[in-house]
Write a protein that binds this ligand. Structure first.
Ligand code: HEM
Length: 383
């Protein structure tokens, strides 16, 4: 209440705090109302994606205070203020503390860690994802994409949920490029992540009383714990597999991918510098989730927009042919440098270089049908 008073005295208003639940019930209701009807085909996505923010921006202005349970959150939308936070004062804004449900999905890895722990994992990630490593991943990305598009051939003339297809694709890519996992292992993790995500969405706006929720555990809590345990076992099995392979003289040591670097950091170097099994499992979860969900949503959205605007598709295709030519040799991607991507003006705003290369290769090889026929006249929106 003190925070609310101080903020109001500075002209920052917002919905009033309600005992324990803050504004969570309002947020939940607005979200349910927004999701109850199909979205019109428009770029105006704010009322759909974060309806409470949209509505409170109209009511209280460009900065306002909202309550996520007992936590006060200051929402700012002025670009200059955002720049100040991101550029100048970032040390004043620690990383977000994730709730139990999100931690189960994300793991307590790079996205949430700070200080020494962050620096150690970040060094490993930088090494595993530098430019040349990304380029080496391109053939795998193309292979996964070709597999997905091959499957689409059976759907000719029918509606297809591209969002779901891309989820499997992005998971396939991350599990094979970063973890060298088989499709089956990736699929198991995918199913568990999917169930954990569903649980998290279902419980995102529910109020949890700290002590009571530990004693009276809901069915979803029990299920969440079970899935978390199974996921840990699954990653531990993959990690032990790498250790065994190295012990048995597999030739490649622990491997050169992200997982290989993590396992190396667990077993080699100064004892005090080594990372633990728990840290590896946390980073695996972080990269599985952060590495697919973001790109999944992004590509689905790009495809949706391209389907709406056929002229953008034609422009993008023209650029692809102009830059890459009509050659059908996918390994050509390996010889590209980052400067080869810079002339891709219309598309370069939307895709990271490695993914762009993968997509443009598929496109160049004429595997991509016109998008309007893929998504149909009633596009499936991400839920
Ligand atoms: C369209 C694609 C992506 C978007 C929009 C995106 C967005 C973001 C954002 C906004 C953050 C900062 C989060 C914060 O500090 O609160 C972040 C961090 C992070 N992202 Fe992504 N991401 C994308 C793709 C990826 C991919 C493909 C990976 C892994 C392969 C990844 C792994 C990470 C990691 C590990 C961090 C934490 C970095 C650190 O704190 O050092 N992201 N991402």
């Amino acid at each position: 209440m003190r925070i609310q008073r101080i903020m109001r005295s500075q002209g920052i208003n917002g919905p009033s705090y309600k005992f324990i639940q803050g504004n969570m019930r309002d947020m939940y209701t607005k979200r349910m109302q927004a999701m109850a009807t199909p979205m019109e085909l428009s770029h105006n996505i704010l009322p759909r994606v974060i309806p409470h923010v949209h509505s409170w921006l109209n009511d209280y202005g460009r900065s306002f205070l909202q309550w996520y349970g007992i936590e006060a959150q200051l929402i700012i939308t002025d670009p200059e203020m955002i720049k100040e936070v991101l550029n100048d004062k970032q040390k004043n804004y620690p990383k977000a503390k994730l709730g139990r449900d999100l931690l189960r999905i994300f793991g307590d890895g790079l996205v949430t860690s700070e200080g020494q722990r962050w620096a150690k994992s970040r060094k490993i990630a930088n090494f595993a994802f530098h430019g040349d490593s990304l380029k080496n991943m391109i053939p795998t990305m193309i292979e996964c994409g070709e597999k997905m598009i091959e499957g689409w051939k059976n759907h000719e003339g029918k509606e297809l949920d591209v969002y779901k297809e891309l989820k499997v694709y992005t998971l396939d890519v991350i599990s094979r490029t970063a973890f060298g996992s088989s499709y089956q292992q990736g699929l198991n993790i995918f199913h568990m992540l999917q169930q954990l995500t569903d649980l998290s969405i279902r419980n995102g706006y529910k109020i949890k009383l700290p002590i009571i929720s530990k004693i009276l555990r809901s069915k979803d809590d029990v299920e969440g714990e079970r899935l978390e345990k199974r996921m840990k076992e699954c990653f531990t099995e993959i990690i032990r597999g790498r250790e065994d392979r190295s012990k048995n003289g597999g030739g490649e040591g622990y491997g050169n991918d992200f997982l290989g670097m993590l396992v190396k950091a667990k077993n080699e170097g100064e004892k005090s510098e080594r990372i633990t099994m728990d840290v590896i499992v946390a980073e695996c979860k972080t990269f599985y989730f952060a590495g697919h969900e973001t790109t999944n949503v992004l590509i689905a959205w790009i495809m949706f927009l391209l389907a709406l605007h056929k002229q953008w598709q034609e422009q993008a295709r023209d650029e692809v042919f102009r830059i890459f030519g009509h050659s059908s040799n996918p390994t050509q991607a390996n010889t590209l440098t980052s400067s080869d991507f810079s002339p891709l003006s219309s598309s370069s705003h939307s895709l990271p270089p490695s993914l762009r290369s993968c997509y443009f290769n598929l496109w160049r090889r004429n595997h991509f049908p016109p998008l309007s026929s893929l998504i149909g006249t009633k596009p499936q929106m991400p839920s």
